[in-house]
Design a protein around this ligand. Sequence first.
Ligand SMILES: Nc1c(NC[C@H](O)[C@H](O)[C@H](O)CO)[nH]c(=O)[nH]c1=O
Ligand SMILES: CC(=O)[C@@H](O)COP(=O)(O)O
Length: 158
Amino acid sequence: MATSLKNLSDYSSANITNISSRKFAIIVSEWNTEVTEALYQGAYQTLLKEGAVVENIIRKNVPGSYELSLAAQWMAQQTDIEAVICLGCVIQGETKHFDFICNAVAYGLTEVSLKYNKPVIFGVLTPNNQEQAMDRAGGKHGNKGDEAAITAIKMLGF
Ligand SMILES: Nc1c(NC[C@H](O)[C@H](O)[C@H](O)CO)[nH]c(=O)[nH]c1=O
Ligand SMILES: CC(=O)[C@@H](O)COP(=O)(O)O
């Protein structure tokens, strides 16, 4: 279903698992920081709203989305961290670099999740332009950061 048909911030709090004792890592890419900071706020505030405590939310920054996979591995290997939320925004440019980054990150995060048997959430926007990015970072289509946080919570309640 296209995002245009489903708001990224819509979710039901019913049957949400208790996360008051659960520890989360949020890794934020520094490319397109106006977008990724909005994603971070969405994820962070959603975790708090659903019962997480401030001291159990660990933030780390990486230079770009390509580095999310290694940073996710560094956080997932920490036994007390139960879910890793990875936030980035890769905007299509003139070349195929976009495709290489997006594919590498999607594959890399999946590998980490399966290796460490923990939710590693793909909270990476892959828009064609800045407008599409902002629409999904608190704009008309909601906030992908909210969606990433709820996805992590739902996976912990699996
Ligand atoms: N163009 C974007 C990048 N590029 C940087 C890469 O992610 C990486 O940091 C670099 O290739 C060095 O390894 N990153 C984004 O997150 N978003 C972009 O639009
Ligand atoms: C996704 C990117 O790395 C991109 O911003 C780079 O732009 P370009 O493909 O025009 O070099």
